[in-house]
Design a protein around this ligand. Structure first.
Ligand code: DQQ
Length: 489
């Protein structure tokens, strides 16, 4: 296969990995090696720029650089040169960690975390050629360290915005013995920063709503009308938990939280960032972590995938609505559609003519008397491998059962999911993106559940629909084969 969207070394590397049966084909990921957080999301002169945490030296977290890709349409990406590389002897000599990009009166400016030993400090870089190459600010770091009045755990990851002519910044942190914390700063010029106060402090022992751990990474404070959403990624003593968000009010530089929820119902979506594009949409990407052991990752030669771009908005009741962007429809090729099928516990092989590991599936169920309905993907002909996406009406749980996703021993196989509340006669609407080892399920235009699966059999490409504990009606199902983002027009 010829990769058409890029040139040179990246192209050869991408081509060499095309036959890896677990490597996603329409999600962004670097040519090889390690990727984690999305960084510096910005639309510049109409083009979408995606920076990301990259280790060009192997498929493991270390020597973190900023990788860079650009897109006209949010879907097809072209690799650009590495944007930030650790500088020997500099405050970022051990890594250029996460941060953001802003437009400083026409000067594209990155605010990122420099890592040197254990020390984490905010640094700046600017570009004079439309974001292609970057110069680090000679005065780095722009803040010498965390406030002395606080005993912090971590001081990293930056979200910067301008309000009334003043720059504000939030930095992820934690307070020893207390919980995660977001620290608020202000500046007239992005260079001189004054610490104001913690914007919010968590409770490491509170588990009633959503447990948020000992430290908060990758904060973003985003306005939605009268409300603000504070997105965090929860970290606990070195373990990445999940991304969560508070909805609340922000005024006079104070944030008052009202609700707290997880951003994605699965266990792999982490460190999301957002941007507002020229259509006025708030778009979000997150890092989808691997769900297999280090030996398998080492053998694969790559780790980490970017989620699909998700359009987010705030619903009444203070939860986010999360939907795939319509631009993804340009990847659709062969199409199948079925309508009006009665599903009983004995129904099987409804979709036996459709096979694939890179599919988009839209299924609408009227659950009827069924206790549970759903879709099976990546099914082997004899059923020893299958991944079950289900909705349980009584517990209102949307879940992905991976207990039979793979015969391999080195993969995660727990069932993950969470609450999707539906009114009594509301239909269940599942919008599923399957891309080899990635499953992203958007449910009823609201929740999203992302998982990683690694089937071992080449013929685990079947699909099925099911109802259990009663009968249900499948109003319709549409399935599209999706093109690769590297070879599509
Ligand atoms: N990863 C980065 C940090 C961030 C963490 C380092 C989240 O800046 O806190 O790669 O994945």
């Amino acid at each position: 296969m010829t990769i058409s969207r890029i040139t040179g070394e990246e192209r050869a590397t991408r081509e060499s990995l095309v036959s890896d049966p677990h490597r996603p084909d329409y999600h962004f990921l670097p040519a090889s090696n390690w990727m984690n957080d999305p960084n510096g999301l910005i639309q510049w002169k109409g083009k979408y720029h995606l920076f990301y945490q990259l280790n060009p030296n192997g498929p493991f977290h270390g020597t973190i650089h900023w990788g860079h890709a650009v897109s006209d349409d949010l879907v097809r990406w072209a690799d650009l040169p590495i944007a930030l590389t650790p500088t020997p002897g500099g405050p970022d000599e051990d890594g250029c960690w996460s941060g953001c990009a802003v437009d400083n009166s026409g000067v594209p400016t990155i605010v990122y975390t420099g890592l040197k030993g254990e020390t984490q400090v905010p640094c700046l870089a600017t570009s004079e050629n439309d974001l292609v190459s970057w110069s680090k600010c000679p005065g780095n770091p722009v803040i010498s360290g965390p406030p002395e009045s606080l005993a912090v755990i971590g001081f990293r990851d930056h979200h910067v915005w301008k309000e009334g002519g003043v720059w504000y910044q939030v930095i992820g942190s934690g307070i020893e013995g207390v919980g995660g914390a977001i620290l608020l700063y202000e500046s007239p010029d992005l260079i001189h920063w004054k610490y104001l106060h913690p914007l919010l402090v968590g409770d490491k022992d509170e588990t009633e709503l959503v447990w948020t751990g000992t430290m908060w990474e990758c904060p973003q404070l985003v306005p939605f009308g009268e409300k603000h959403v504070l997105i965090i990624s929860c970290h606990d003593d070195g373990n990445l938990l999940y991304s969560a968000y508070f909805v609340g009010t922000y005024s006079e530089r104070k944030f008052i939280p009202e609700t707290l929820r997880v951003t994605d119902l699965g266990g792999y979506f982490y460190a999301p960032q957002t941007l507002v594009d020229d259509k006025g949409r708030r778009l979000m990407w997150g890092w989808l972590q691997e769900g297999r052991d280090e030996e398998a990752i080492q053998d694969a030669g790559w780790a980490g995938v970017m989620s699909l771009p998700r359009a987010i908005s705030l619903r009444p009741g203070d939860s986010l609505s999360i939907e795939p962007v319509p631009e993804l429809q340009t990847l659709r090729s062969k199409h199948y559609r079925l309508e009006g099928i009665d599903l009983t516990p004995k129904t099987s092989s409804v979709l036996e003519d459709i096979k694939g590991d890179r599919l988009e599936i839209v299924a609408e169920f009227a659950p009827g008397s069924a206790r549970e309905v759903g879709v099976k993907v990546r099914c082997s002909p004899a059923g020893e491998e299958q991944t079950i996406i289900s909705y349980d009406r009584s517990s209102e749980q949307l879940a992905i059962d991976r207990s039979r996703s793979s015969l391999s021993s080195n993969v995660h196989r727990d069932t993950q999911g969470g609450m999707l509340e539906l009114a009594d006669h509301q239909t269940l609407w599942l919008h599923i993106f399957l891309d080899r080892s990635v499953v992203e399920v958007f449910a009823n235009g609201r929740e999203c559940l992302s998982e990683r699966i690694y089937p071992s059999l080449a013929d685990s490409v079947g699909l099925d629909l099911f109802a259990r504990g009663g009968t249900a009606k499948l109003n319709s199902v549409d399935v599209w084969e999706l093109e690769s983002i590297w070879t599509a027009k």
